[in-house]
Write a protein that binds this ligand. Structure first.
Ligand SMILES: [Ca+2]
Length: 472
């Protein structure tokens, strides 16, 4: 008993002393920089996520020194709602932003965004490319790079969508392409701000449609060798036992209101991959500049896509209105030197490396994560969870699920993802429900919601949805 008591008081002393030791240890260290890379409409079509076709050498390399979140999800499969949620740290039911035309400041002028919190802490917060949705930038967030707000109306979105129905292998000088210019500007900003703590946010446009990339990236892919999804169809097609509301009746984005042939579908998937490879090369140039300037060891890198994307799965293209895995799942890599468990010895040499984490996490979690890694108190109003424990130990226990919403007409569908299941409801009563077992059925081909043997799972997941969204 005596030794137990000795041990306990010793442990207690350590616990009490820890914050002070930490403060002392951190005092001489420089504040970490943040490189925040947002990619528009990028699903996890990356080599490091196991895609055997797409070529992404630069992100595969970054993944070797990062934690790779295999089960990361957006909160809403559309640009403005997803980005607003992530950058304010609140669910779309709290932000009330569920389309691409509204700005959260109109209702909540005093909310502090993620970059704004760093700005208030003395960081140079700098933006290049799309971080907030186009035309809806937030001037309070940035020291440099803010754009004046433009009025956006739903009909503008429609007009834009009609222009996006295409792909282009760009044969002229790539220097005129948007993402190439974004990298140039980002490197110049790194050089300008490197001597003081910075939060540099870089938004890449591709693979958002229109699918434009230099021709050399198209040359990496032969459309005739691109496999189609197992549940490919010419137009959105709900499977037996699935509520009709789960998919729109007609196509949008790449195949606006028309059916997709198998040949065209292969061409568009190849074009999407070409854009991913182009974006990968641009991220590679940016990371090379970070290395060249000697900043890597003191820079936290966050890389993510703003939501998923159907590439013909269930006959659907793009993302809007879908609560399927492909519309919600995003790549998320976090490299936090000195703040995460080092890669296991020897794993990097064989081309594997990095640390995968299977816990269900949310884009919403990025805000509290960066605040904690930056050494600031995490604001209580944030609705995500800091991922810092998973950076330290990717297999650590994690008792949180990932929640998402999508709009179909006037209905707001709700979905929850645990490590094993996805459960979705399209009505308040839970009659229009879908349950998928991702261990047995990763492509979500068989809706188990009405099967008696899964009644207990349905009840448990339904309760999670009700608890999460009970206030709304
Ligand atoms: Ca997007």
């Amino acid at each position: 008993m005596k030794s137990f008591h000795q041990l306990s008081s010793c442990a207690l002393l350590l616990l009490v002393a820890a914050p002070m030791q930490q403060a002392n240890a951190q005092e001489p260290a420089k504040k970490p920089n943040v490189l925040f890379i947002a990619v528009d409409d990028l699903r996890p079509a990356l080599g490091c996520y196991g895609n055997p076709i797409v070529k992404t050498p630069n992100l595969d390399k970054l993944a070797k020194s990062a934690v790779l979140f295999r089960n990361a999800y957006c909160q809403f499969p559309l640009c403005n709602p997803s980005r607003t949620s992530m950058l304010t740290g609140k669910h779309p039911t709290t932000t009330k932003i569920t389309d691409n035309s509204k700005h959260f400041r109109d209702a909540f002028p005093d909310w502090v965004t993620l970059p704004e919190l760093f700005r208030l802490a003395g960081y140079s917060t700098v933006r290049v490319g799309k971080i907030f949705h186009g035309g809806l930038d937030d001037e309070k967030s940035w020291v440099e790079g803010a754009e004046p707000r433009k009025e956006r109306k739903p009909q503008d979105q429609k007009k834009y969508a009609q222009q996006s129905d295409r792909w282009v292998a760009f044969e002229e000088n790539a220097e005129s392409l948007l993402d190439t210019k974004t990298t140039e500007r980002a490197i110049a900003l790194l050089e300008k701000h490197k001597d003081k703590p910075f939060f540099l946010a870089v938004g890449y446009a591709r693979p958002h449609s229109p699918l434009i990339a230099p021709k050399k990236y198209f040359d990496l892919y032969d459309p005739s060798n691109i496999p189609l999804p197992v549940d490919f169809a010419a137009k959105p097609t709900v499977r037996p036992g699935v509520p009709e509301i789960a998919l729109p009746a007609r196509n949008s984005d790449l195949f606006i209101s028309r059916d997709a042939s198998e040949k065209e579908a292969r061409e568009y998937i190849a074009a999407y991959y070409a854009c991913v490879s182009y974006m990968d090369a641009e991220v590679g140039r940016l990371l090379d500049a970070l290395d060249r300037l000697g900043l890597r060891d003191n820079t936290i890198i966050v890389f993510f896509g703003d939501h998923g994307y159907h590439l013909g799965e269930k006959g659907k293209w793009s993302k809007h209105g879908s609560l399927y895995e492909v519309a919600l799942r995003v790549p998320l890599l976090i490299s936090a030197p000195g703040r995460q468990l080092p890669s296991p010895q020897g794993r990097g040499a064989g081309g594997e490396g990095g640390q995968p984490c299977n816990r269900p996490v949310q884009l919403l979690d990025i805000y509290p994560t960066l605040v904690e890694l930056g050494g600031f108190p995490v604001p209580k109003a944030l609705e995500g969870k800091s991922l810092a424990p998973l950076l330290r130990e990717p297999a650590a226990g994690w008792h949180h699920a990932a929640f998402s919403l999508a709009q179909r007409g006037k209905v707001l569908g709700r979905s929850v993802r645990t490590e094993r299941f996805r459960y979705t409801e399209w009505d308040a009563e839970g009659k229009l429900a879908e349950l998928y077992d991702h261990v047995a059925d990763p492509h979500e081909l068989r809706n188990l919601a009405a099967e008696p043997m899964h009644a207990a799972s349905v009840a448990r997941l339904r309760k999670l949805l009700q608890e999460r969204f009970s206030q709304e």
